[in-house]
Design a protein around this ligand. Structure first.
Ligand code: GAR
Length: 218
């Protein structure tokens, strides 16, 4: 499956997808990386191994609709069948989301529906949760909502700061995102109402990622 990755910055999740896609049995290839910020460091990660990149700077478009039309054009020209948001920090309109229904996925650094939006880790610490994590989900119009493909659980330590917690969660993200893209590209993750059904081979996918925390039975 040809995928397009949308980024705004560092691109460490993009890097995790690049490394996964380099494996011979991986069912997805990165056809295009689009950044809405010309200085996004992730662009260099893609360029370094010859993946096509494009900067589509949202500030050059008078409207969101025009910006998103350019993004869709680029994705279609590159033959992308699945779009992965990887630290893409622009809210997308309902029209864009509808255009890519069930072919647009996002990673968020919390166990959604807890802590959507920004300042996720500070909120987790302020709330006192003992477990946080990361979620990959199909995108819906409401920010950080949509059928959940996979989650990885991460412990919160007493002495965590937002930065130390973010670093621990990020490590989990780097395992979770390639895993979830594989499930979608293999056709094993399918949307059924508000939920995602995972075909048999991998029903315990969250547990596999993080046994003691994600699955109380093991
Ligand atoms: C990641 O932690 C990702 O989950 C988060 O931005 C970071 C991007 O890092 N995304 C969101 O908060 C989206 N709501 P990266 O550029 O190194 O992949």
């Amino acid at each position: 499956m040809r995928i397009g990755v949308l980024i705004s910055g560092r691109g460490s999740n993009l890097q995790a997808l690049i490394e996964a896609a380099a494996k011979p049995d991986y069912p997805a290839e990165i056809a295009l990386v689009i950044a809405n910020q010309p200085e996004a460091a992730g662009l260099q990660r893609a360029e370094a191994i010859g993946i096509p990149t494009q900067v589509i700077d949202h500030r050059l478009f008078p409207s969101r609709v025009g910006f998103e039309a350019a993004v869709t054009d680029a994705l279609c020209t590159a033959g992308c069948e699945l779009v992965c948001l990887a630290g893409f920090m622009r809210v997308l309109t309902g029209d864009f989301v509808a255009r890519w229904t069930d072919r647009l996925i996002n990673i968020h650094p919390s166990l959604l529906p807890a802590f959507p939006g920004l300042h996720t880790h500070a909120e987790a610490l302020a709330t006192g949760v003992r477990i946080t994590g990361a979620t990959v989900h199909f995108v819906r119009e409401q920010v950080d909502q949509g059928p959940i493909i996979g989650q990885a659980a991460v412990p919160v330590h007493d002495d965590d700061t937002a930065d130390t917690l973010a670093a621990r969660v990020l490590e989990a993200e780097h395992a979770l995102y390639p895993h979830c893209v594989r499930l979608v590209a293999d056709g094993r993750a399918t949307v059924s109402g508000h939920r995602v059904r995972i075909a048999e081979a991998d029903t315990r996918q969250s547990a596999l990622l993080n046994p003691p925390l994600a699955d109380g039975r093991s």
